[in-house]
Write a protein that binds this ligand. Structure first.
Ligand SMILES: [Zn+2]
Length: 276
């Protein structure tokens, strides 16, 4: 369904934003429990510092954090701005996806993918892990979408094949580059999780948009690494050692995936227009 009526559009986007805030909160909680070895299904949410169980009024995305003065209501320890920030980012990304793709199955597919990207960004930042489960969910969702698109006649078999071939082309090309880089620099330049994520990106966006995505993710990754190295140097840490510690690259790829969802096609048409 394309969004044409302004009132319907506003309504759909507000509902999407609320859904995004709630999902952002849920993904935050799930990622935290994943990295701390707790089940997402068992037990109530609790304060990360004092373990006090959180009530309904502590669990309203963003607003609970603002209302409690950015502190835990029970122990007074500050609650990181990361939680409300993640919720707002999740809502914003969901809204932008629906604004671009309308109420379509493609929008739903990309919303699930964006949720997976948020989850693995959090686990990668905290524990330098991109869970295999995230890769599997992303691949299954994409395969299901392509199967439906083929069955419904939205895509022909050539188009579906393009995405399958792209996944392997992007994954193998980067694997070769990484193996060469590892040999040249004599240390691991990129984790296996990052490579799997590029494979997933090829499956979603095709190799043409992935050229844009790979460059974008590297630029983001390098900027983040330089900012991180600068910060560490300010704190008196050895900047060489910091760079060597290798930055989690997953969030950079995740951000590049989201930007590609939103503007990748415009970039390709602009690029092709340059070629005449
Ligand atoms: Zn507490």
């Amino acid at each position: 369904m394309a969004l044409t009526d302004p009132i319907v559009t506003a309504y759909v986007l507000v509902v999407t934003a609320i859904f995004g805030l709630v999902m952002g909160s849920f993904i935050n909680c799930w990622a935290w429990r994943f990295t701390h070895g707790e089940s997402v299904l068992k037990g109530r949410s609790h304060c990360a510092t004092c373990n006090h169980e959180l009530g309904a009024r502590d669990l309203v995305p963003v607003f609970s954090w603002l209302a409690s003065g950015r502190k835990c209501r029970y122990c007074g320890e500050p609650v990181s701005a990361r939680y409300p920030a993640t919720e707002v980012i999740c809502a914003l990304v969901f809204v932008l996806i629906v604004a671009k793709y309308g109420l379509t199955l493609e929008a739903l597919e990309l919303i699930v993918f964006a949720g997976v990207l948020l989850f693995l960004s959090l686990t990668d930042l905290d524990e330098r892990i991109i869970p295999n489960g995230c890769i599997v969910v992303a691949l299954v969702v994409r395969a299901a979408y392509l199967a439906i698109a083929l069955a419904m006649g939205w895509m022909n078999s050539g188009q579906v094949l393009y995405y399958v071939v792209s996944a392997f082309a992007v994954g193998i090309a980067l694997l070769v580059i990484v193996l060469i880089a590892d040999k040249v620099f004599g240390r691991e330049s990129m984790g296996g999780g990052d490579l799997k994520l590029y494979f997933v990106a090829g499956f979603y966006f095709g190799w043409q948009q992935c050229l844009f995505l790979v460059i974008l993710s590297c630029v983001i990754g390098i900027v983040v690494a330089l900012v991180g190295a600068g910060k560490a140097a300010d704190e008196g840490e050895d900047s060489e050692g910091t760079l060597h510690r290798a930055i989690p690259f997953g969030p950079s790829i995740a951000v590049a995936c989201v930007i590609t969802m939103l503007v990748g096609d415009s970039f390709i048409s602009w690029y092709l227009s340059l070629l005449g």
